[in-house]
Design a protein around this ligand. Sequence first.
Ligand code: ZN
Length: 422
Amino acid sequence: MNIYNKFSLIILGGLLITIATSYYLAINYGDIKKYQNINTPKTQLLDTSEKDSPELKIEYTYKKKYEMQEGETFSQILRKTKLNDNEIQEIIKLTKEKVDLNKLSIGTKIETISSIENDALFIQNIIIYPNKESEIFLFRNNNKFEIKSNQLKLYPELVSQEVEIQNSIFESLTNVDTPENIIMEFVQLFSFDIDFQREIRQGNKIKIFYKKFNDEKQNFIKTGSIYFAEIQLHNHSYELYRFENKNEKLLGYFDSKGKSATKALMKTPINGARLSSGYGMRKHPILGYNKKHQGVDFAAPKGTSIMAAGTGHIEFVGDNGGAGKYIRIKHMNGYKTAYAHLSKYASGINKNIKVKQGQTIGYVGSTGLSTGAHLHYEVWFNGKRINPMTMKLPSGKKLENNDLEAFLKLKEEIDIEMNEAS
Ligand SMILES: [Zn+2]
């Protein structure tokens, strides 16, 4: 059974997230009431019960939701509202003190709550949700805006789950309410050792131990790390323990003997290059506007060799618009890597040929929309680009000496905690 075809389950996952978010919003509406002392509408238009109150001229309140689109800025969203230019400038100035506006990601939710006075819409509140744990709240006070930010208190919970695979890993873990990004991470951890389409059978077992964070009402807010992951196949089992330092920074995932799984994809498919632009929102160097940078750039002299980040097949080689001379490799289990702005291709690099990890596939250049010699490198997982620098894939390392000792100690602690949690 192909786990990547479970679109309905992904939708189910999305639905669960939506439900969780609604609970979260419901809690926060309590706060809005406190600040403004008006009934916040649950429907679009609502007659407030306090309309007879002499000090409140507000007759109706009206809520509108915005979601930040790709390439859109905070001020562009504000311009869609009924705020005037001065108010927009004031709000931007205040908001900048609380959050880096250039770092607001696509999908950031922004709400406005307006009153209707003399048939005109009058914005009273603006709420920005830069992430699930915090909200920034702007409210009108004597015709000036004020700002307040709230941090939600989170409670960690350790979860240990053991399931038998029925149709797919995704479905089996969704059935026991494992959060979607934990499932994705779990799958990624094994994706270069196990071919999910061919090797997984019904009845194979999965074990997983991870952390999640809830709000005070036990509503799930966000996931933490996976500490242990295991897949038991018919005649072989793969287990991985998280190895982290004292600050919970990930050092890698290793089996019980301190050996990492097969090295999956290189984070840097080029030698001696400097990372010149990371993944995420930035001002595009040529186009000029804010745009999500969906890969990473490595500055390197023209002609520097570029390696295949992993074993796979060449899916595309040729000119590709702004990407210039471009190569894309298809790896196992839904992974692809792409390389742009090349000066030339290595000899023999043609569509459909097999390449090995570390093999030279082309050379650094500046073809297409590029300001100088560099490699633009992308990693794709299930049709979506992911950040190559933070992807959690096996490193291929084997731990030794002090590292091994520290790992084995941590592994023991994980085993004990996992037993207590199950
Ligand atoms: Zn780039």
